[in-house]
Design a protein around this ligand. Structure first.
Ligand code: C2O
Ligand code: CU
Ligand code: CU
Length: 473
């Protein structure tokens, strides 16, 4: 790993406790305002200079938007960036016209212009928002924020905390490295940064109190980094994934795995000792485990013994249930990238040279990845699938590449019904499914009207061909 990040993590000691100051944007019907503009942000802290970034309302991440389930959100976005933008409400089931896809669901918001988004909030949970125009460059410069929809009946926890996890590529002066869109990132794992942030700061410690029960909402807002979090000395419960309730369970293999775009809600009981410090480690990439942040206990004794009982299941959201018996079946095959297995097979069988030069030619045009053999640029293109509204569908996503891909579907929350042909251990609703190299994942959903993007949430993959549209008429 780049040595810079270690320097940043060490330097951050001086920055002290992680500040969490969400804007409580409760209260439809007046509009919440989001202004996207350049800003200087003390991302690294310590002796490092502030970082010139792009930000919503001057902060990275942007303000935490909070509504209550059943409310109507009205959000006015003003673009003061030097280029067009849009805002996409990731995971929220909004009408297609509010989905924020430039050239498909709306014209891009030009510099100096505004756009008002307005939609109902049928689902409670942890969601987020980010631009959908030049996503690698705009998210990679800081534009992203949490979007929380609270359940109507409150959930038993002493605190409700959000950690927006992100990952930036900075130089030694803490400035954003402007190598967006380079072919190496595009054809490998994406723009993995050297500076991991928690709520927009290189974190040092997160202050906790012995005995408290925290609802911890995790959002992976990074361009490309996958997180796999382990909580030293603690036993979290996973209570929701991508905003939707699951039966509370300990994380599989003790790690909470979050691809870009994904969320998890945890219930974390503070069973540690007063004045203790416990690490939260991210160990997704082999041999690159690092200490993300410490849970730092105050000196006070617990007022009561920490709870350890499983939390109650959160109430289900009204997501339509696909009819699996009648569902239409589709396959979407992910292809391309470095060490392309198809290429390797062609090499073995002889025709390698032709395949190789065809690949080089595609890559030079920025078409690194493909869905069902088609590699597109931009958002508007012939649909991958055309479906009838109200009908049920199963898509088998086949990862015929050597890389991980968090595949995200707009507008239609899906059920994950199989991995490599095996039913999952528990019922999971999601908007993003992380596929390992070679893996197959089957998702099922009910088609909602509109033109919906289906893409890899590694933004450099999305931008270089790993995106398609699903049209529902
Ligand atoms: Cu969060 Cu189309 O993306
Ligand atoms: Cu989305
Ligand atoms: Cu990908």
């Amino acid at each position: 790993m780049n040595p810079d990040r270690r320097a940043f993590l060490v330097a951050a000691g001086a920055a002290g406790l992680v500040a969490i100051a969400p804007l409580r944007a409760r209260g439809a019907p007046e509009a919440v305002r989001l202004v996207a503009a350049t800003a200087r942000v003390p991302l690294v802290g310590g002796a490092y200079p502030e970082t010139a970034m792009w930000a919503y309302n001057g902060t990275v991440p942007g303000p935490e938007l909070r509504f209550r389930q059943g409310e109507r959100a009205r959000i006015e976005v003003e673009n003061r960036l030097p280029e067009p933008t849009t805002v996409h409400w990731h995971g929220l089931r909004v009408p297609n016209a509010m989905d924020g896809v430039p050239g498909v669901t709306q014209p891009p918001i030009a510099p100096g212009e505004r756009f008002v988004y307005e939609f109902d909030l049928p689902d409670a949970g942890t969601f987020w928002y980010h631009p959908h125009a030049n996503s690698p460059g705009q998210v990679g410069r800081g534009l992203a924020g949490a979007f929380i929809v609270e359940e109507t009946a409150p959930v038993a926890a002493d605190r409700d905390v959000t950690w927006v996890l992100s990952d930036f590529r900075l130089n030694a002066d803490a400035a954003v490295v402007e190598d967006f869109g380079n072919p190496f990132d595009a054809s490998h794992a994406g723009r993995i940064g050297n500076t991991v942030t928690l709520n927009g700061r290189v974190p040092d410690a997160f202050a906790v109190r012995a005995g408290e029960r925290i609802r911890l909402r995790l959002v992976n807002a990074g361009n490309a980094r996958v997180f796999a979090l382990a909580f030293e000395g603690h036993a979290p419960w996973v209570v929701a994934l991508d905003g939707h309730p699951v039966d509370p369970h300990p994380p599989e293999d003790g790690r909470v795995v979050l691809g870009p775009g994904m969320r998890a809600d945890l219930v974390l009981d503070m069973t540690g000792t007063p004045a203790g410090r416990y690490g939260v480690f991210d160990g997704f990439y082999r041999n690159r485990t690092y200490r993300l942040v410490d849970l730092a206990y105050g000196a006070d004794a617990a007022r009561a013994a920490a709870r350890q009982d499983p939390p109650a299941r959160l109430p289900d959201n009204p997501v339509p249930e696909p009819d699996l018996a009648r569902a239409q079946r589709h396959v979407i095959e992910l292809g391309g990238g470095m060490m392309d297995p198809r290429m390797m097979r062609a090499m073995r069988e002889g025709g390698g040279m032709a395949a190789m030069s065809a690949m080089r030619e595609r890559m030079q045009r920025g078409h690194v990845w493909s869905l069902n053999g088609v590699s597109v640029a931009g958002h508007a293109h012939a649909p991958l699938l055309t479906l009838k509204r109200g009908s049920s569908h199963v898509i088998e996503i086949v990862n015929d590449t050597a890389w991980h891909h968090p595949m995200h579907l707009h507008g239609m929350t899906f059920r994950i019904i199989a991995r490599n042909g095996q039913p999952p251990r528990r019922r999971v609703l999601a908007d993003t499914a992380l596929l390992d190299p070679g893996e197959r994942v089957a998702i099922a959903f009910v088609a909602e009207p509109g033109t919906w993007m289906f893409h890899c949430h590694i933004l450099e993959h999305q931008e270089s061909g790993m995106m398609g549209a699903i049209e529902v008429g």
